[in-house]
Design a protein around this ligand. Sequence first.
Ligand code: SAH
Length: 395
Amino acid sequence: MGLPKIILKPGKDMPVLRFHPWIFSGAIDAVSENIKDGDIAEVFSSRGKYLATGHFQDSSIAVKIITFKQQEIDRNFWYSRIAAAFELRKQLGLVGNPGTNCYRLVHNEGDSLPGLIIDIYDKTAVIQVHSAGMYLQRDTLADILLQLYDNKLGGVFNKSAESLLKNTGVQTDNGWLRGSGSNCIALENGCRFAIDIEGGQKTGFFLDQRENRAKAGTYGKGRKVLNMFSYTGGFSVYTLKAGAEFVHSVDSSAPACKLAEENVVLNGINSNRHKAIAADARQYLENIETGAYDMIILDPPAYAKNTASRHNAIKGYTALNVAAMRKIASNGILFTFSCSQVVSREQFNAAVAASAIESGRRVQVLEQLGQSGDHPINIFQPESEYLKGLVLRVE
Ligand code: SAH
């Protein structure tokens, strides 16, 4: 029988030969008759040469490639891939670290596991799949995690309902695959955060900002900080601990604001120095007085989900940064981010430059920031560098 086959159109094998992990539907000439969403299939060139093996899905991204070598995709295969990802996190000093017990164990194409995200929060693993193929592996993956962590994990939670529906149309519920335990305290660079595994956004916390939050701490001392798009107060806790005069956390989500307040207290910080405000970012920025803050952090959600919305997203980033640059105190520090995969670093930098011109302020770039090492970038897929940031000084 063998695996279902996918044959590419003539000349469409170049991206695969350059190890790009996706095959778009337009590149496909023919597929095996009975192929279903989530099947593991082998991809061949128009001349019949084996190219790759991946998960098939009847959508614009038709194949997410899991290997470029013809081999059996069994439990051992998944185990070795996840063990390799674990090895990298050990190398990064994230495993058994007394100051940090939360990290991304598996990051999609960056770990050669397209469609799969696994985040670790202390003794809980959260799996988020983005393809039908990875969804079918969820039980195998949960068992592998228990084995890899020597049965020390208390629970494995599947949080794929939203990501799966969005990417595949498959309807599922979130739920515990192994064990249980909804809330946990994560430790990140010595800061404590209550994580709402079941109810929080994404897998519960935005781990990609770990190093940038620490960096913000180094600028925070004595400052009047506005943490915009604060979620559960990640940047707020770091800047408060570093000695900020006060921090205002602003987020449109009231539950996130409540957790931000709890997280400040959890870190032994006097809550007089912090206020969480549930509000819309642009409205809030419009209404504050110029000079009220001398450090502003802008970490908005992805403004562009696909290339069709890129232009509007760039306009959105420009407007947001203009608003912050107009209001920040003289010689203020502005941390500004984009996590849109389809907006490149060059495009983001250009948007921020346009903001500087429009605001009429003189702006210097102090540092360029990105995603932390447990969110590795697949060098053959430039779009996997999704998080871009700048530290600016606004004169
Ligand atoms: N900086 C955070 C992560 C931010 S994620 C951290 O370090 O953990 C983006 C946040 O923006 C989410 O919490 C979301 O609720 C919030 N958000 C989305 N749209 C918003 C808006 N228009 N105004 C304010 N906050 C918004």
